[in-house]
Ligand binder design. Structure first.
Ligand SMILES: [Zn+2]
Length: 242
């Protein structure tokens, strides 16, 4: 019995020695955390749209970067091929309501959620997928709309909210010059090196397409990595009364 105890004790000691030697070595070989790496998320709202979305996809392809498209459900009909192209080329798809009609979507949280679910279903029907898209964007942004109750209902559904800290201002002023959009793309609302750029692909966003190549080159030169938003991306939303 005592012999067995001693054997176990020695075995345990050996085991401890083994781990005490090996664990630190393994730890030093662990990859360096990437969280502080300057990252840029290019996001395009309101599509898919003929011509404009395709032009944006062409630029993204030539620059070899991935972006996120917050699509509007009602825009998909007749433009299924564009949605498929977004998906096939490895970009991510987020939800931006079905109707984009503020009176309907902001009536109550239930209406908002229903609009997101309807868009998700439409996307799956078109792509032949079974995606559970969680990334959402509030039309007009969450500021002044999101509150504690609304937030909890979205969390229950597992939604991840994405506002922005860089605004091209091409949503309301689509005809600003490409140079102006390039300058706007450099202005961040905070000091973060995690940039979420709001851009649009409406039919009047030709100048966004013209500016896009330079915007991407600027961020590449600044050492930023381009990423598409997915279910692992940390949400970003404006402060609201809790
Ligand atoms: Zn929108």
């Amino acid at each position: 019995m005592q012999k067995l105890f001693r054997f176990n004790y020695v075995f345990l000691l050996l085991l401890l020695m083994f781990f005490s030697i090996h664990i630190p070595i393994k730890a030093t070989l662990a990859p360096v955390p990437q969280s502080d790496e300057p990252t840029v998320y290019l996001t395009f709202d309101d599509g898919p749209t003929p011509k404009i979305t395709d032009q944006i996809l062409d630029v993204l392809k030539s620059q070899n970067v991935k972006a996120t498209f917050f699509v509007v459900g009602k825009e998909i009909k007749g433009r299924e091929a564009i949605l498929k192209r977004i998906y096939d080329e490895g970009h991510s798809i987020g939800l931006h309501t079905y109707s984009h009609n503020f009176k309907i979507i902001y009536k109550d949280p239930e209406s908002f959620i229903m609009e997101m679910e309807k868009t998700n279903t439409t996307i799956n029907e078109v792509l032949g997928t079974n995606l559970e898209i969680k990334a959402i964007r509030f039309p007009g942004g969450s500021a002044g709309r999101l509150n504690k109750n609304f937030y909890h209902k979205l969390c229950e559904k597992g939604y991840l909210i994405f506002d922005w800290n860089v605004d091209l201002q091409d949503g309301i002023k689509g005809n600003l010059s490409p140079e102006c959009f390039l300058q706007n793309s450099k202005k961040c609302m905070d000091k973060s090196t995690r940039r979420i750029i709001l851009a649009h692909c409406n039919s009047n966003n030709q100048n966004t397409c013209e500016a896009l190549d330079d915007i991407i080159s600027y961020y590449k030169n600044e050492g930023y990595t381009f990423k598409a938003i997915d279910h692992t991306t940390e949400p970003y939303y404006y402060k609201f009364k809790k």
